[in-house]
Design a protein around this ligand. Structure first.
Ligand code: CDP
Ligand code: CDP
Length: 206
């Protein structure tokens, strides 16, 4: 039986962490849809640039290897992702696959920006996870600084804000909470508390 949990929200809010834990708790499959856009952006850069033709070609020919690249978590891949994510034909090329994943047997958790609004508008549970800009920058900085010791908190903050602005203002599938999403702010929540709250909301819907 299909059961879909949609988790959306701005960059580094904790979507992926919550999605992974909730999927493990219920034995559901998990898809990080941001990875599809990051891989499309990275591949488009390899193919020559972030223009529409190249980005669509990258999205249409994505392979498992592209999704397993080790450079997808960098700021550059994130920025490239949000540029190609604003191109409607790129989103269209990635949509069917995400929708099939969402309705697979056995349950699915998808995290991204437009899961509750576009990919799975009929999802049984929708969460919109947020946290303050400063807290999100702190969290992402802590992850990236190991590989880039010179990276400052301000650089990360600027990076996240630029991406959020682009993601919220695009015409196609902008980042926003679905009307029926549970919005929760994790600024002063531990990971365990955020996961427990998400599990409670899913249990209530089952
Ligand atoms: O998927 P998204 O970009 O929204 O965020 P994430 O990758 O799940 O979380 C970003 C970082 O914040 C990770 O290192 C998490 O461990 C951390 N985090 C946290 O410190 N407190 C939370 N309540 C949630 C996530
Ligand atoms: O982990 P973080 O929140 O920093 O980013 P991500 O979820 O990996 O997404 C990277 C970029 O892909 C976002 O900034 C969006 O531009 C795009 N994206 C999207 O447009 N729609 C989705 N469902 C997921 C990601």
């Amino acid at each position: 039986m299909a059961f879909t949990i949609a988790i959306d929200g701005p960059a580094a809010a904790g979507k992926g962490t919550i999605a992974k834990a909730v999927a493990a708790h219920f034995g559901f499959a998990h898809l990080d849809t941001g990875l599809l856009y990051r891989a499309t952006g990275a591949r488009a850069l390899d193919l020559g640039g972030l223009d529409e033709d190249t980005a669509v070609r990258a999205a249409e020919t994505l392979t498992e290897d592209d999704l397993a690249r080790d450079d997808l978590r960098t700021s550059d891949a994130g920025q490239a992702a949000s540029v190609v994510a604003a191109i409607p034909a790129v989103r269209e090329a990635l949509l069917n696959w995400q929708q099939a994943f969402a309705r697979r047997d056995g349950g699915a958790v998808l995290d991204g920006r437009d899961i509750g609004t576009v990919v799975a508008p009929d999802a049984e549970v929708k969460l919109y996870v947020t946290a303050s800009d400063a807290e999100r920058a702190r969290r992402r900085h802590a992850e990236l600084v190991k590989a880039r010791p010179d990276l400052t908190l301000d650089e990360v903050l600027d990076d996240l804000k630029a991406r959020d602005r682009r993601d919220a203002s695009r015409d196609t599938a902008p980042m926003k909470p679905a009307d029926d999403a549970h919005v929760f702010d994790t600024t002063s929540m531990s990971i365990d508390a955020a996961v427990a709250e998400a599990v409670r909301l899913v249990d209530a819907a089952r």
